[in-house]
Design a protein. Structure first.
Length: 199
């Protein structure tokens, strides 16, 4: 119970700072449903929500570790590009946690860098004007964790709306069983899955 209580305290602290449930879910690498469940203190009753917390702080504290994982991401991008017979024009990082990996991947692959920020309340997100544009480009999406896939779905929809073509999504860890999301191939370095039944 201690780890759940610690998650609750952290979620509550972030909520008090004005973050939405979606923003908290991104920060804690949990699904939005789990954050809502935590904040309602439902965990004090019999557990009904199942989720896996993904923590990658050990990677994130050093640029060299981010670089090493990004090389693996690049290898996956090249493998999928060959398999699909398509060349990526740009690498898109989803804020905040996808950006370091996307930056390194764009550097290693000599591709343009796009930065996308999903909006916590509205359906449409924002492409940063300080980086490359989307229109007319084959785009690889990079993020840290795919929980329910909602952020990736929104990103894919916004890319298409802006005239880009999402060809691949790569994440550090996926909680999803699917290998595809909104018609786009999904790859992860690690896939998590709950096994067994909790009563």
């Amino acid at each position: 119970m201690k780890s759940i209580e610690e998650l609750y305290k952290r979620a509550f602290e972030l909520k008090n700072r004005g973050m939405s449930d979606k923003e908290i879910s991104t920060e804690l690498h949990l699904s939005v449903n789990t954050v809502t469940w935590l904040l309602s203190k439902e965990f004090l009753k019999e557990s009904t929500v199942q989720d896996v917390k993904i923590g990658w702080r050990t990677i994130g504290v050093y640029g060299s570790r981010i670089s090493a994982f990004s090389e693996t991401i690049c290898d996956i991008i090249e493998e999928e590009s060959t398999s699909m017979n398509v060349i990526a024009d740009a690498i898109l990082g989803i804020t905040i946690n996808g950006i370091p990996f996307a930056t390194m991947a764009s550097y290693f692959l000599d591709k343009e860098l796009i930065v996308y920020r999903p909006h916590p309340a509205r359906k449409e997100g924002v492409f940063s004007s300080n980086f490359a544009s989307v229109k007319g480009k084959n785009i690889v999406i990079i993020d840290d964790v795919a929980s329910t896939g909602e952020t990736l779905k929104r990103t894919i929809a916004d890319i298409k709306k802006e005239g880009g073509k999402p060809i691949l999504a790569v994440v550090l860890a996926s909680k999803m069983a699917d290998d595809e999301i909104s018609g786009v191939r999904l790859r992860s370095l690690i896939r998590t899955r709950l096994v067994g039944i909790r009563k």
